[in-house]
Design a binder for this molecule. Structure first.
Ligand code: NI
Length: 177
């Protein structure tokens, strides 16, 4: 296991469509997930997608346990999600702040669907099928976008909200990435 470098916006791997994982439960997939967990923990992130550490495979992890970076956000169960599929369950969208480890030091307001169903597998091949709302749904949409080469600024509809965290939230103790 190792903490891996997180690629930043502009790196070509972050713009590519990731390929499906074919061998669930393989040593290679377990090693990838272990590195992703360690990297996300080291950065105190809410989620991480494999392309962010330079691996173009459809694997995301996410989870929030009263994260100090998101003091108002509800907890999200820690999840490893391989080959995810998202179905929107509403046309209703809600706008809220997002950040990304690949866009360090910045925040922006992003509209996301408020209620989704997501399916996929954990790294051992066990099926996952959940309905999620609110912040949980937002995190899943953000992470799965990474698998299609999309970073959150590409989802923004009001670029005037895009800025540096320390300028947007002066005096608040919010992490810089
Ligand atoms: Ni991100």
């Amino acid at each position: 296991m190792a903490v891996r470098e997180v690629l930043r916006m502009g790196h070509p791997v972050l713009r590519e469509k990731a390929r499906p994982v074919e061998a669930l439960g393989s040593p290679g997939l377990r090693a990838l997930v272990a590195d992703m967990k360690e990297t996300m923990a080291a950065q105190d992130g809410a989620g991480l997608a494999a392309p962010q550490i330079g691996v173009g495979e459809r694997v995301v992890i996410f989870g929030v346990d009263q994260n100090p970076r998101y003091p108002d956000a509800e907890a999200v169960p820690f999840t490893v999600l391989v080959n995810p599929k998202i179905t929107m369950l509403t046309r209703e969208v809600e706008s809220d702040w997002e950040g990304c480890l690949s866009v360090p030091g910045m925040r922006g307001v992003v509209p996301r669907y408020t209620r989704i169903r997501y399916t996929g597998f954990d790294e051992e091949g066990n099926p996952i099928d959940r309905v999620a709302e609110g912040f949980h749904a937002r995190v899943v949409q953000h992470e799965c976008d990474h698998l299609d080469g999309i970073l959150y600024p590409q989802r923004m509809t009001d670029m005037s909200t895009f800025g540096f965290t320390r300028e947007l939230f002066p005096g608040e103790d919010i992490a810089d990435d």
